[in-house]
Ligand binder design. Structure first.
Ligand SMILES: [Fe+2]
Length: 175
């Protein structure tokens, strides 16, 4: 059993994680069409990761003998304009997800639900990484500005990162 308000918040988070994945795939598709295939590959990969986050919460709810309700997701198209616009929106979205997770932690704490609070520790730590990687890419794309040649070089660099399976951009920079 999970306390009803905590259960409702966890259920909302399952759908929010699915929407994150849907949004990443939408952004990836836009960038792929604009020939930024490295950025697109990174985002397509990350879309899968968001799906796994949704499943992680779904499994927890199910393990606690409760049911998840799936509902229609919002439109994932954020009106993508260019790479800088995409990465700003993706980073902003990650900040919102962090707030959502922390709100559930506070709620679980308020309700005395230690199990859910401990379960969410993984997500709290994960969001530190999610913010770092998306901020890192956003910063570099903003630094490059309108230099298409430099943007394509960076895009190729990101493609290498995806091929090597490296999620953390700082790790590749340190190689
Ligand atoms: Fe997530």
């Amino acid at each position: 059993m999970i306390e009803k308000d905590v259960l409702k918040a966890l259920n909302t988070q399952v759908n929010a994680e699915l929407l994150s994945g849907y949004m990443y795939v939408s952004a990836a598709s836009f960038l792929d069409d604009e020939n930024y295939s490295g950025m697109a590959a990174w985002l397509f990969n990350h879309g899968h990761e968001e799906y796994s986050h949704a499943m992680r919460i779904r499994n927890f709810i199910s393990d606690k003998d409760e049911r998840v309700v799936f509902y229609a997701l919002d439109n994932p198209d954020a009106g993508w304009k260019n790479p800088a616009d995409v990465w700003q929106k993706i980073y902003d979205h990650e900040l919102e997800v962090t707030d959502m997770i922390l709100d559930i932690v506070r709620l679980a704490r308020e309700k005395g639900d230690i199990t859910t609070e401990i379960f969410l520790n993984w997500f709290v730590k994960e969001q530190v990484e999610e913010e770092q990687v998306t901020r890192d890419i956003r910063d570099r794309v903003v630094m490059i500005g309108d230099d298409v040649g430099a943007l394509l070089t960076y895009d190729r660099w990101l493609a290498d990162k995806v091929e090597k399976g490296i999620e953390d951009t700082a790790k590749l920079a340190a190689e």
